[in-house]
Ligand binder design. Structure first.
Ligand SMILES: NC(=O)C1=CN([C@@H]2O[C@H](COP(=O)(O)OP(=O)(O)OC[C@H]3O[C@@H](n4cnc5c(N)ncnc54)[C@H](OP(=O)(O)O)[C@@H]3O)[C@@H](O)[C@H]2O)C=CC1
Ligand SMILES: Cc1cn([C@H]2C[C@H](O)[C@@H](COP(=O)(O)OP(=O)(O)O[C@H]3O[C@@H](C)C(=O)[C@@H](O)[C@H]3O)O2)c(=O)[nH]c1=O
Length: 308
């Protein structure tokens, strides 16, 4: 394996945190967060701020990584409706610059995208070649990022994933566990379908796929990556709260009722797709992977928490 480093951006996010662990077996990893980092050779400080496009360009040119793994993103779905320019800069302009810089030095660019690039119609899981039609600003910004990477001609791996939970940072699961101890009644939408997917699984699959790309030079492109099976946010909340109650029976749970409701009964600034299921056959087939059922990952996540 190459001694050229892997540049990891966004190392403190849910996925980035797990990537620090999973990528380490592939070679040296230089993790740079938005505050920057020292260059390994003592040269100019490295820039990891996706708002600083010139800084990103300089960093890639100086480091000449074998791969750039971009786990940084603007992920506040509702807030993006109020900050479309910022969401676009982080999720589209920065990946475009990274793609150009990767093309210039021959690096692979690994990037993450979302189920929210789809319009949520139909009932079949979405394949990679299905027509996109994002319903919200976040989804549009992520799709623009994907398009820029594909258009750049750089060697790339785009992994579209969904409903991510991890040990770091905020997510739906953490919100539900908090609400279940604060309120007697929860209402959760039961008409949006997808698969809760662990950041650890995403990071492990990324490392496995990147190893293949670096050793064979084959397999780039756009893939769907999600845990197996599907549920709704309501089904997810019920499974999660049940697992947490079993683990901590005395944690002061107040919740008595969880009401399944249609999306119309839970209005949010950003519209979300109803059918967000991702067809992962291409990823499993290309990289010889088995993706475990979503319930397994959610229960493991609960077991790994130190407090609810
Ligand atoms: N979360 C989810 O449910 C899903 C996520 N994805 C995609 O997966 C990828 C990883 O998501 P996830 O780990 O959940 O995201 P998180 O929100 O947990 O982490 C995002 C990271 O991006 C960093 N970041 C934000 N703005 C900047 C900036 N200007 N410069 C540098 N870093 C910045 C944040 O830094 P800081 O900590 O300093 O704020 C944070 O560490 C993203 O591409 C996301 O779009 C796809 C589908 C679902
Ligand atoms: C807090 C809460 C949310 N909901 C609904 C709102 C929404 O339709 C759904 C999910 O809400 P959240 O805002 O937590 O999740 P959201 O930010 O929409 O999650 C998305 O994040 C981005 C980054 C992605 O890429 C997506 O794959 C997806 O994971 O649950 C309820 O029904 N009841 C509740 O109490």
């Amino acid at each position: 394996m190459s001694r050229q480093p892997i540049l990891l951006l966004g190392p403190n996010g849910q996925v980035g945190w797990e990537l620090q662990r999973s990528l380490a077996v592939l070679g040296p990893v230089v993790a740079v967060d938005r505050h920057g980092a020292r260059a390994p050779d003592g040269g100019e400080p490295l820039c990891g701020d996706l708002n600083d496009l010139e800084g990103l360009r300089r960093t890639v040119a100086a480091l000449r990584p074998v791969a750039i793994v971009n786990a940084a993103a603007y992920t506040a779905v509702d807030q993006a409706e109020r900050e479309p320019e910022l969401a676009h800069r982080i999720n589209a302009d920065a990946p475009a610059v990274l793609a150009q810089a990767a093309a210039d030095c021959g690096a692979w660019l690994v990037h993450y995208s979302t189920d929210y690039v789809f319009d949520g119609s139909g009932v079949q899981p979405w394949r990679e070649d299905a027509a996109t039609g994002p319903l919200n600003t976040y989804g549009r910004s992520k799709l623009a990022g994907e398009d820029a990477i594909r258009a750049s001609g750089c060697r790339h791996l785009i992994l579209r994933t969904q409903w991510v939970y991890g040990v770091r940072g905020g997510n739906f699961a953490r919100t539900m566990l908090r609400l279940a101890r604060e309120r007697e009644r929860l209402t959760v939408v039961d008409d949006q379908f997808g698969a809760p997917t662990g950041a650890d699984l995403i990071a492990d699959v990324t490392a496995h796929a990147l190893h293949r790309l670096l050793t064979s030079g084959q397999g780039g492109g756009t893939y769907h990556l999600a845990a197996a099976g599907y549920t709704t946010w309501y089904g997810y909340a019920c499974t999660l709260i049940e697992a947490a109650r079993q683990r901590w029976p005395e944690a002061g749970w107040r919740v008595q009722t969880i009401d399944p409701v249609p999306s119309s009964a839970f209005p949010t600034p950003a519209r979300r797709p109803l059918n967000a299921r991702l067809d992962t056959a291409r990823l499993q087939h290309t990289f010889g992977l088995y993706l475990p059922p979503w319930q397994q990952g959610v229960r493991r996540w609960v077991q790994a928490l130190s407090t609810p």
